[in-house]
Design a protein around this ligand. Structure first.
Ligand SMILES: [Zn+2]
Length: 152
């Protein structure tokens, strides 16, 4: 049995987020406040992949990642896969996908942006999917992920 199978099957019900780039796992835990729900969480950091690279992996019991969360996960881990487990079996497996836009998720890094002073949901369009740059709906400036405090 491969390491991969063992890692996934060791959970009875819940979600396994796999193929997270190394060093992004803890950021994901923080961003989604996963640890605050009091469910059992197992985190693997810097696990060896067969291609010689390293990855992080998160198992959350009794929690199913929503489509919206899966979209947001792409901000951290565009190549991540989500396995949904029921009774120790993978019942659903899918790759996260960058949506066209993120609404109300991130604050605009431009401090002069009107979104900081008006009661509006922030809105960013995904401009460049490979380098991940996001364009603000309000000030129309583009930012790469390093500009967003939430993603750090
Ligand atoms: Zn803006």
């Amino acid at each position: 049995m491969s390491d991969y199978k063992l890692q996934v099957e060791a959970i009875q019900n819940g979600s396994v987020i796999d193929h997270i780039p190394a060093h992004r796992g803890l950021k994901i835990l923080k961003f989604f406040k996963l640890a605050q729900a009091n469910e059992k969480i197992t985190v693997g950091l810097n696990l060896n992949k067969t291609n010689g690279q390293q990855k992080d992996l998160i198992k959350v019991e009794n929690t199913f990642i929503s489509d919206e969360q899966a979209n947001q996960l792409a901000l951290f881990a565009p190549g991540a896969t989500i396995n949904q487990i029921k009774n120790f079996k993978v019942v659903n497996k899918f790759k996260v996908q960058l949506p066209e836009a993120f609404v109300g998720v991130l604050a605009c890094p431009n401090s002069n942006c009107i979104s900081h002073n008006e009661p509006v949901n922030t809105q960013f369009y995904v401009n460049n999917r490979t380098e991940l740059t996001l364009k603000c709906h309000y000030c129309e400036k583009s930012f790469n992920r390093s500009f967003f405090n939430e993603l750090d």
